[in-house]
Design a protein around this ligand. Structure first.
Ligand code: SF4
Ligand code: SF4
Length: 158
């Protein structure tokens, strides 16, 4: 499915998530499915929580105990392949990369999209961190927990 459509299956996505118990704290979700020569996720992590065994060409994996959910790796990944997820009661809080302009604003309600670009839910913008030296903004959004494995990004209401 990934090779044919570019969209990972739900099982592939779920395999990248830790347990719901672990997700009571924010953890990076590394949706990196191919061994490519790339490592900004690992080098950007201040806590050495991302490991790439051979240094650059194997798939990264997370040392969940070390991850604080800070989001540094989210804006460092050139493939926009990382989010941070946390479960809070019946909701899921995501930190996602966002590169379109204008950026969302705190308090706005946007659409939540799945990996095929379909609208699946509403997404409340909780915060937006913009670093003028980095083209990728770090956007924190709240969505219903049931879309934990489907949610991918956001789209402004038209
Ligand atoms: S969210 Fe922060 S602590 Fe966790 S892996 Fe990414 S950079 Fe490291
Ligand atoms: S920076 Fe992104 S694309 Fe590169 S290895 Fe890490 S997760 Fe994969």
């Amino acid at each position: 499915m990934l090779i044919k459509t570019g969209v990972a299956t739900k099982d592939m996505i779920a395999s990248k998530f830790p347990s719901e118990e672990t997700l009571k704290k924010p953890k990076a979700i590394l949706e990196c499915f191919e061994c490519i020569p790339c490592n900004p996720c690992a080098t950007s992590c201040p806590f050495d929580a991302i490991v790439i065994e051979d240094g650059v060409t194997s798939m990264p994996y997370l040392l969940t105990d070390k991850c604080t959910g800070c989001g540094q790796c989210v804006i460092a990944c050139p493939g926009l392949a990382i989010t941070v997820a946390q479960l809070i009661n019946n909701q899921a809080l995501f930190k996602i990369p966002y590169e379109f302009k204008p950026s969302p604003l705190k308090g706005e309600i946007w659409h939540g999209l799945n990996r095929s670009g379909d609208i699946i839910c509403e997404a409340e913008i909780k915060s937006v961190q913009i670093n003028p030296n980095v083209k990728t903004a770090l956007v924190t959004v709240l969505i219903p927990k049931q879309y934990l494995y489907e949610f991918s990004t956001i789209k402004r209401h038209e």
